[in-house]
Design a protein around this ligand. Sequence first.
Ligand SMILES: C[S@@+](CC[C@H](N)C(=O)[O-])C[C@H]1O[C@@H](n2cnc3c(N)ncnc32)[C@H](O)[C@@H]1O
Length: 297
Amino acid sequence: MTIGDWQWDETLFAGAAPYYRRGRLPYAPGLAEALRDALALDGRGRLLDVGCGPGTLALDLAPLFADVVGVDPDPGMLAEAERVAAETGLNDRTRWILARAEELPSGLGAFTVVTFGQSFHWMDQERVAAAMLRLLRPGGAFVHVADVKTQPKTDLKTKPAAATSGADALPFPPVPYAAVDALVRRYLGPVRRAGRGTLPHGTPGGEAEVLGRACFAGPQRLVVAGGQALERDHDDVVAQVFSLSSSAPHLFGARRAAFEAELRALLAQASPAGRFSERRPGTEVRIWRKEPAPPQS
Ligand SMILES: C[S@@+](CC[C@H](N)C(=O)[O-])C[C@H]1O[C@@H](n2cnc3c(N)ncnc32)[C@H](O)[C@@H]1O
């Protein structure tokens, strides 16, 4: 996968996995129920979660399927997914495969649903869309899941600020995202880092055109409401920073401890009580369908 001069490499999320579940804001509550209703899931189908990370979506949706396969090229992410699956009693129906979406092993079988939780933009979309069309059963669904973006997509600055006055007031100050972002840039430079390269213009969109060209029908768009108040502590915000490909631990090299110390000092100044308030983002779901099989004559 290349984007301009940028080329995918296996360090993209290196070292991020242990921080991911704690650091990332969760998808909206009610996501699994919304998908169950929209896709008429009855516990019998098979799910393939591509770019599964630490199993965020796969494990949330696993009770709705008989069999779940998660795929990710980052071994740390899969170790986390496996650990949580065991802890939550879901390892009987979940399987984790170390692979890029572009190089899936043969013999996976056919799936009712394939999900991409904030991962499709990292892939060779044309190639992966064609592979998904082959893997899905007739009538099966390609499901794209992402946080609702309230501002243009850049980085940490995009998160909504917590309200501090009025009826919406939250008890603690907002996470100082702009200052955190400035600190990351001071250490890693002004251009967004990704693996061994840089992504001056971010990752590509264009999913609708790609899936249309691959002959998927859709999309059906659902928005699952967020907005619920969350409390986050300093460790949560540190974990959020290290969970991002643009500020993954490996990028700091020998300066990692110095960066973390400065980050913690910045957070302590922004909230001496050690707490921040934030609202959960909404979750946007786009569902594309593989055409059903024609009726037998
Ligand atoms: C932002 S994380 C999303 C994790 C999870 N799906 C979620 O919703 O929280 C993106 C994931 O995509 C994976 N990824 C990146 N490039 C990939 C590729 N070419 N094929 C499969 N997965 C990939 C990364 O390793 C990472 O775990």
